[in-house]
Design a protein around this ligand. Structure first.
Ligand code: PAF
Length: 287
């Protein structure tokens, strides 16, 4: 495995892989790798012969009051895990390498409307930071495919939209959420939870599953969906969550479900103490 820290060297390494006829698959990460990330690496392995993992805590996607400085940085451990997975290339640039002209005047890529709803409403600028760095990484690596976790459902939706709108020649592949045994979706931010918060945290996925069951058994009945959503919000608040949002959307356009919507997703963001957790659950409603 080769670890490269600058743009010229990753470009050269990729060129060599391509000349050898290898299909390259990128897994963009911010490091602090857990089993969720490893599942993305394994998905990438299924899709190609050369797996490239980027590790970059992207300052552009953190708001002024967010956890950029305290975000866990564990490069040495991450490298060991990737070596164990047989990853070919790791790209771990500095912020200066990625944004040599500074962050403030950096050209941005934005996906309007979708960058401002749901998580974008409470994290203004966050998705512009994500799309800007992902666009840049796709340009640098020029992979055949790139893999993203479905836990960040809105992020994946927005990246797909960016790739379609800009006709970027890459397949965007989603990989299923990996959960702890009690159902909590894996996330680097779970380690911010105190032990009592950690015990409560699993309720987020439990409530999503219960709400999905109610919606599915109600069939195409928007009044029942609204009531189920309302009840879920109340239950989560009673448990101790400070809810940012809990919404039911059409997976195809992230809008409120229409009369003929078939594939739906429950999306939630909620705080336990200072830790913001997100989770989602996709399901079908029979026509
Ligand atoms: O999902 C993440 O870890 C980040 O948002 C990403 C896609 C690596 C961009 O920084």
């Amino acid at each position: 495995m080769r670890q490269l820290n600058n743009i010229a060297s990753i470009r050269q390494a990729i060129r060599e892989k391509r000349m050898a006829g290898l299909r390259c698959v990128l897994v963009p990460t911010m490091g602090n790798l857990h089993a969720g990330h490893i599942s993305l690496v394994r998905k990438a392995r299924e899709l190609g012969d050369c797996v490239v993992v980027s590790i970059f805590v992207n300052p552009l996607q953190f708001g002024a009051n967010e956890d950029l400085d305290s975000y866990p940085r564990t490069l040495e451990d991450d490298i060991k895990k990737l070596q164990h997975e047989g990853v070919e290339l790791v790209f771990a640039p500095t912020a200066n390498e990625m944004y040599p002209n500074g962050q403030h005047q950096m050209t941005r890529v934005e996906v309007p409307y979708f960058n401002a709803i749901l998580c974008g409403d409470s994290r203004p600028g966050h998705f512009d930071g994500v799309t800007t760095v992902v666009c840049k990484l796709l340009n640098l690596v020029q992979p055949d495919a790139a893999v993203f976790g479905e836990k960040d459902f809105q992020q994946l939706f927005i990246i797909r939209r960016m790739v379609a709108d800009l006709s970027l020649p890459v397949d965007i592949v989603g990989a299923p959420i990996v959960r702890e045994p009690d159902g909590l979706a894996m996330s680097s931010r779970n380690q911010y939870l105190s032990s009592s918060e950690r015990k409560l945290a699993a309720a987020l996925s439990r409530v999503l599953h219960e709400t999905r069951d109610k919606c599915q058994s109600a069939g195409r009945n928007p009044d029942t969906w609204q009531a189920a959503k309302q009840q879920a919000s109340t239950v989560l608040a009673e448990i101790g969550f400070r809810l940012d949002y809990l919404e039911l959307r059409d997976t195809g356009n992230l809008m409120e479900p229409a009369a003929d919507s078939h594939e739906l997703v429950l999306l939630a963001a909620a705080y336990l103490g200072n830790t913001r957790l997100i989770d989602n659950l996709c399901f079908s409603i029979e026509p």
